[in-house]
Design a protein around this ligand. Sequence first.
Ligand SMILES: Nc1ncnc2c1ncn2[C@@H]1O[C@H](COP(=O)(O)OP(=O)(O)O)[C@@H](O)[C@H]1O
Ligand SMILES: [Mg+2]
Length: 230
Amino acid sequence: MLDIQSIETFHGDAQALFGVSFTIAEGEVLALLGRNGMGKSTTVESIAGLLKPRHGTIRFQGQVISGKPAHLVARAGIGLVPEGRRVFPNLSVRENLVATAISRGGEGWTEDRVYDLFPALTKLRDRMAANLSGGEQQMVAVGRALMTNPSLLILDEATEGLAPLIREQIWAAIRQLAVGKLSILVIDKNIESLLTLAHRHVVLEKGTVSWTGTSAQLADGDFRHRILGL
Ligand SMILES: Nc1ncnc2c1ncn2[C@@H]1O[C@H](COP(=O)(O)OP(=O)(O)O)[C@@H](O)[C@H]1O
Ligand SMILES: [Mg+2]
C-alpha cells in the first residue's frame, strides 16, 4: 500500500533523512521507533506532503505521492494526526470534524461514528476546541483525520503528555481501528502498547533505518535494549 524508497529529506540545509526505505501492507499496523531527533516526524511529514524529499520516491496504492502537496496526499487517502495536537481552537468540536472531511461515497466516517469511537466527545460537540482538555483535543485531532476517510492513518505521538486515563481511551480507539483493518503507521513512546498493537516495527537511527522486525522479536527485553537503547 505504501512504498517508501530511499528518501532523503532536509530541513533547510540540514539533512534529516539519509535514504529511508520501508513498506506498509494493506491492513498492517507499523510502528516507527527511535529516540528523539532520529527522523520519525520528518518521515511522516515527508509521507503527508508537508516536506518534500530531495531524493527518493514514495508510492501510495501504486501512485507516486512524493512531491505532491498535502491536500492532494490527504485526498489520495492518507490521514495524518500530527505531533502536538493541532485543532482549530476557535471552532467547535463539530466544526473541527466537518471542516476537513473528505467524502468518498459509501459508508464512510461520520460525526456520529467519531462520537461512538470517542464517547467523551459526545456531550462536547458544541464546545470550542480551545476550551477542551489536551486529551479531548487529541480525540478531535484523531477524529478529524478519520473524517477524511483515510486508507492509511498516521499517528505521530498521539498519546504524548496525556493523563493515563485519557491515554487509555486513545489506545482503545486505535486498537478498535486496527481490528477494523485500517492500515496504521504509529509513533509513540509507549513501547508496551506498541508491542501488542503493531505487526511490524521500523527503527530509525540518525535518519536511516537501523532495524526492521516483528513484535515477537522486540518482546525480548535484552534484544530491545540493544536495538533501541531503552
Ligand atoms: N523544523 C525543523 N528545522 C530544522 N531542523 C529540524 C526541524 N524539525 C526537525 N529537525 C531536525 O531533524 C532531525 C529529525 O527530527 P524529527 O524528525 O523531528 O525527529 P523525531 O520525530 O524522531 O524526534 C533532528 O535533528 C531535528 O533537530
Ligand atoms: Mg517527532
